[in-house]
Design a protein around this ligand. Structure first.
Ligand code: CAA
Ligand code: FAD
Length: 379
């Protein structure tokens, strides 16, 4: 067993850290307040190869491993989780799904620009009445000659307005249940696609969350991903890796808050000494550091299993549930360490606390992760 990161890993980690500090930190508070999508910053992330990190260079990607992806996600999420969710969706849901299960034509047409970061993608599974219960798809795609006709509403779609390529999950053969579901590549500007209003959210306010409506949208049969009926398995397999991305996002939010709390505790004085000299604060910092290290090890283990082509579903769910619960706890304690200053925007920790909450909800709630884990351990 080797816990040493390679030179290349360290370089990628540093590049992501430098980018986060120089490009994302300025303006992060204003973007959060104004719910402003970090469009310019995402464009630069794409130019640096962070939007198609694990994609084969022959499809325009950076050809890196999943460990590099975890390291980069942590660094970007320390500063701006609204930017890192764009990175996570594009890398581990959209690009990975297309590269792993798409046809050669689909990869040339859609994956290449996504991996180069020229455009971004979105993953459309959730619906108003199908969130955790993802097999209850109401969106339908019925065959009509060379096409499918797509109708329905998707909810909570990250990159809903900024993406140009959608991966849409829909029910094609209702009588077959989850085996009748398909996944389709749909272009945002096709007739019949409508974008709902941007959601006004608690956290990750810079990210672009919308409902997306489909009315009689003609989807060429060539845009179905995989065999007829593969759509639910496509969604589950893709989310297996996506959960490593969100676990790393949670890890970054937690470690960003911890670094701020550690620094502040050495500066702020109370009762004649730095607050870091009070044991109550020391124990908080000790617990933060320990839980963050556990989260990091779980994320890296899941990433390593994926890179070894071994089963990573259990490890990914464990990483996500632990890292997201750690992020919520650590960020709340980081506000506490800052006292009243933690409650105002300039100190960043209140934003990190608001951002942490979503990691317990999307890409499978903590309860869903426990369903996946318990099914795996019980057999
Ligand atoms: N790999 C392959 N196949 C899988 C699978 C996996 N990981 N998990 C399930 N399946 C298969 C099952 O084997 C089954 O197939 P068969 O009938 O052929 O055996 C089929 O899928 C149905 O599976 P289940 O019976 O287990 O389905 P279920 O109704 O009990 O649901 C669930 C299981 C784990 C709760 C699932 O519905 C789930 O993950 N829900 C959460 C949805 C989710 O994560 N949404 C995220 C949306 S994207 C997002 O959120 C992005 C973002 O924020 C940025
Ligand atoms: P529900 O499924 O209704 O759950 C409500 C509560 O009941 C939760 O606590 C849940 O854990 C619990 N619960 C449900 N079933 C069970 C059970 N069997 N056992 C125990 N507890 C249970 N979706 C996409 O497809 N693409 C996206 O890009 C995307 N981005 C998102 C961005 C944001 C900001 C948000 C808020 C959501 C996003 N989602 C996206 C949707 C997200 O994945 C869902 O919100 C999530 O899966 C939960 O579904 P739900 O909101 O319908 O809650």
């Amino acid at each position: 067993m080797n816990f040493q990161l390679t030179e290349e890993h360290l370089m990628i980690q540093k590049a992501a850290r430098d980018f986060a500090v120089t490009e994302l930190l300025p303006g992060v508070i204003e973007r959060d307040e104004q719910q402003k999508f970090p469009a310019e910053q995402i464009k630069k992330l794409g130019e640096l190869g962070f939007l198609g990190m694990m994609v084969d260079p022959k499809y325009g990607g950076s050809g890196m491993d999943t460990i590099s992806y975890v390291l980069a996600m942590e660094e970007i999420s320390k500063i701006d989780a609204s930017a890192s969710v764009v990175m996570s969706v594009n890398n581990s849901l959209v690009c990975w799904g297309l590269e792993t299960f798409g046809s050669e034509e689909q990869k040339q047409q859609y994956l290449v620009p996504l991996a180069k970061g020229e455009v971004i993608g979105a993953f459309l599974l959730s619906e108003p009445e199908a969130g955790s219960d993802a097999t209850s798809q109401r969106t339908t795609a019925f065959e009509d000659g060379d096409h499918y006709i797509l109708n329905g509403t998707k909810n909570w779609i990250t990159n809903g307005n900024s993406a140009s390529t959608y991966l849409v999950i829909a029910q094609t053969h209702p009588e077959k249940g989850s085996k009748g579901i398909n996944a389709f590549i749909v272009e945002k500007n096709w007739p019949g696609v409508t974008i709902g209003a941007k959601e006004n959210k608690l956290g990750i306010r810079g990210s672009d969350t919308h409902s997306v409506m489909f009315q009689d949208v003609k989807v060429p049969k060539a845009n179905r991903i995989g065999e007829d009926g593969f759509g639910f398995k496509f969604a589950m397999k893709t989310l297996g890796g996506g959960r490593i991305g969100i676990a790393s996002q949670a890890l970054g939010i937690a470690s960003g808050a911890y670094e701020l709390a550690l620094k502040y505790s050495k500066e702020r004085k109370a009762f004649g000494k730095e607050i870091s000299q009070h044991q109550a604060i020391q124990f908080k910092l000790a617990d933060m550091a320990t839980k963050i290290e556990c989260s990091r090890l779980l994320c890296l283990k899941a990433a390593w299993l994926k890179d070894q082509h071994e089963d990573y579903v259990l490890a990914g769910s464990m990483a996500k549930v632990f890292a997201s619960e750690t992020a919520m706890w650590v960020t709340t304690e980081a506000v506490q360490v800052h006292g009243g200053y933690g409650y105002v925007k300039e100190y960043h920790v209140e934003r990190l606390m608001r951002d942490a909450k979503i990691t317990q909800i999307y890409e499978g709630t903590s309860e869903v992760q426990r369903i996946v884990i318990s099914r795996s351990i019980l057999g």
